[in-house]
Design a protein around this ligand. Sequence first.
Ligand SMILES: [Zn+2]
Length: 266
Amino acid sequence: MKFKHERLVYNKCKVLRIIIAVVFIIKKLIEWIRKIALKGGNVYCCICKKSYLTFLPSGDEPQAHARCPGCNSIDRHRQISILSNAIIAQNNNCINLLHIAPEVSLSEAFRKNKKVNYYAIDKFESGYHYPKYVQAMDLTDLKFQNGFFDLVICSHVLEHIEEDTLAIQNILRVLKPKGICYLVVPYFPELEKTYQNPSTNTDALRFLHYGQYDHVRKYGTDFSGRLTKAGCHVSIIYFKDNYSKPEQIKLGFLNAELIFQIAKKD
Ligand SMILES: [Zn+2]
């Protein structure tokens, strides 16, 4: 009987694997058809370097004109791409780049760039698949030597980390003296003070208080001060200011976010 039970479980797993594979193939097929159907000249994605009829909505509460039909990048990915490519271009030599919780569209572009020594890390969680080029590592305990990176990219990560000051200090430690990090967080300008409630100890409560089950705080306008207190030199990049409205539409920066550029203090 035990054998029969094991056989049943094995068959169930096999069926499940086939279903997952079929769903994956269908999803890829839809993406491919969408990419072909939306070819056009109205908008341009700076990551996949292709033109389309439009950007697509993105997110649980969909933001219009956000997602690239080709590489699936959204506004903040394209912002980071523009800023990072400027840093890469400024350097005559290869740069060491650390990408934390890497976004696929950016990873693919950086990995193809011959001027980038690319390192990607993430805190692995069970049930998720991570590409081979991503190392399992905790941002609060980086295993890289001091002063190794020219550029660190950390977008929408800190709001998941209890010890965010420790994470920031780890980033500072691995930056070269002139290295910089681009930080992006969900930012709530209506909050003067970052909101964190110690009683939010369940997924449901975190969702209720922070809008996502795995967030641990909402950053307010004191975020820059928190970074300074953690030891950073901070500059805020108001990205949209560099582009006219037609350019924002064309390049997909309508939903552009604030970028916090941090570096070691002199
Ligand atoms: Zn794209």
